[in-house]
Design a binder for this molecule. Structure first.
Ligand code: NOJ
Length: 509
């Protein structure tokens, strides 16, 4: 287990929207290098970089055309190496985004695989035996190639699924077992890509759709076994490298598959969304001040998962990512501050999505860009200052429009404002990194309160109290101590804490 993870706070950067250094309208690696001091200033010591590989961008780069080449719009491989070096100089780690489940349909492997003539790539993807064979339970693209067969896709139609074999073989004429030499070659191809970037200075990978590799793998045992082999490779060759799974099933991802971290996401049951987003527009979320939320959907799901995986890895909370509406679509400013207090005081390894530190707004009505669709509104350019395109780019045609409102939050207008989300996020990250008890593997104990609000939990010597309600409320507590941090007013006396609406208190006992 890489030791650095225990104290890690990640910043997710969507490269096309972060900072455009050359005025072509699109963010680039040089732009990220220029903003590393900003990332460091947030208190983050690690970055997850969304895909930067060569791609036709039908899915924002999750459709890879060349895993070993940086997309020219972002720079060169040499620029990426420079980014690793500059980040390391500032004690910041960088995880690339590994997309092992599928490639672009323009990837050279696929261009070979779809030909009638056999080649070493014939089994790199999943093709049926003939074009007349299209079992409806699989997502097949039919009649599109010279080869007499249909191919399976993993996500969008432009993303053919790589072939790691089938756990249960239901169509023996075209489904291969996972130990077929050609499926094993696919695994080796992915390890080869990992080594390529780790040797150049990457610190590991966020793994896209990590659970999707082996097909007909209902309980994911075969997929987990495959990843365990990858983890063995890392342990032996790159023991400091880290992997975080987009899996959302910590027992499988961490205990079985060997991921160091697993994301706690909206589509993992109800737990994450019940905190911040539950109900169509968050009206049943725990942090909604209307008080319709109930914490038990979270605690009953999260705590057993946490207890069963905490010895082996970390569950990662995120403020958001590039696939979900930003939390500003659901909650008000006071609630968002509490959300951050929660995320940055829980165990595991937290992730801050770019722009969430200033409360960037979800831009609901944008036309889809590069396969974003409803996700596009969370992918707009970072808002730095009051300049052109809010400081993102000098171009007249930025990648996406910036927030057009007069009061659009920017780093510039939030930095010195004591009431800003920026201030709360940076304060909380600093506190998290200062106190060992708040690090990834520090203890956690929820005070039993049957899911009711307010609520409270203890992390070693630190106790957190939250009143997400829009009204004053009280809670019994066995703890009192020195105030470490607070949002709003809360006072402990005689075994009770009295909390103002939407307040938070952290004490050291
Ligand atoms: C999950 C990624 O986060 C998302 O952005 C992408 O579209 C799909 N996987 C497909 O790769």
């Amino acid at each position: 287990m890489p030791k650095w993870l225990n104290d890690a706070v990640f910043y997710e950067i969507y490269p096309q929207s972060f900072y455009d250094s050359n005025g072509d309208g699109i963010g680039d690696l040089e732009g990220i290098i220029q903003k590393l001091d900003y990332v460091k200033g947030l208190g983050c010591n690690a970055i997850w970089l969304n895909p930067i590989y060569d791609s036709p961008f039908m899915d924002a780069g999750y459709d890879v055309r060349d895993y070993k080449k940086v997309a020219p719009r972002y720079g060169t491989n040499a620029d990426l190496v420079r980014l690793f070096e500059e980040a390391h100089r500032r004690e910041i780690k960088i995880l690339l985004d590994l997309v092992p489940g599928h490639t672009s349909d323009t990837h050279p492997w696929f261009l070979e695989a779809k030909k009638a003539a056999e080649s070493e790539y014939t089994n790199r993807y999943i093709f049926t035996k003939t074009v007349w064979d299209a079992p409806p339970q699989y997502r097949m693209m039919c009649g599109l190639c010279e080869r007499n067969g249909n191919y399976m896709v993993n996500y969008f139609s432009s993303q053919p699924a790589l072939n790691y074999g089938f756990a249960e073989i239901t169509h023996p004429d075209w489904q291969l077992p996972t130990d077929h030499p050609d499926c094993l070659k696919t695994v080796e191809a992915i390890k080869d890509i990992m080594r390529f970037w780790l040797d150049k200075g990457a610190d590991g990978f966020r793994v896209d759709m990590a659970d999707s590799l082996v097909k007909n793998d209902e309980d994911k045992t075969a997929t987990a076994k495959l990843w365990r082999g990858v983890r063995d490779m890392l342990d032996e060759e790159y023991p400091e490298a880290a992997m975080v799974a987009e899996w959302c099933c910590p027992e499988r991802a961490i205990n079985d598959a060997g991921f160091h971290m697993d994301f706690y996401l909206d589509h993992y049951g109800n737990g994450y969304s019940c905190l911040f987003r539950y109900g169509e527009w968050g009206d049943k979320a725990v942090f909604n001040p209307n008080g319709e939320g109930d914490l038990s959907a979270f605690t009953e799901e999260y705590l057993p998962n946490y207890n069963r995986t905490k010895e082996n890895g970390y569950i990662s909370f995120m403020t958001n990512n590039h696939d979900m509406p930003r939390v500003t679509a659901y909650l008000d400013k006071a609630a968002i501050k509490l959300v951050n207090a929660f995320i940055f005081t829980m165990p595991g390894v937290p992730f801050l999505y770019y722009g969430d530190e200033i409360g960037m707004r979800y831009q609901a009505d944008l036309v889809s860009k590069e396969g974003g669709y409803s996700r596009t509104g969370s992918r707009t350019p970072m808002q730095w200052n009051s300049g052109k395109n809010l400081g993102f780019s000098e171009s007249d045609e930025p990648y996406l429009p910036v927030d057009p409102s007069d009061d659009a939050p920017t780093v510039e207008n939030q930095k010195d404002d004591p009431d800003s989300i920026y201030r709360v996020v940076t304060d909380l990250i600093a506190i998290r990194r200062k106190y060992d008890d708040l690090h990834g593997n520090g203890e956690l104990e929820f005070m039993a309160n049957k899911g009711q609000l307010p609520f409270s939990y203890r992390r070693g010597s630190l106790v957190m109290f939250f009143n997400p309600l829009g009204r004053e409320a009280e809670l019994q507590t066995a703890y009192a101590g020195d105030v470490v941090y607070k949002l709003g007013e809360a006072v402990i006396s005689n075994g009770r804490i009295k909390m103002q609406p939407q307040s938070f208190l952290m004490v050291q006992i």
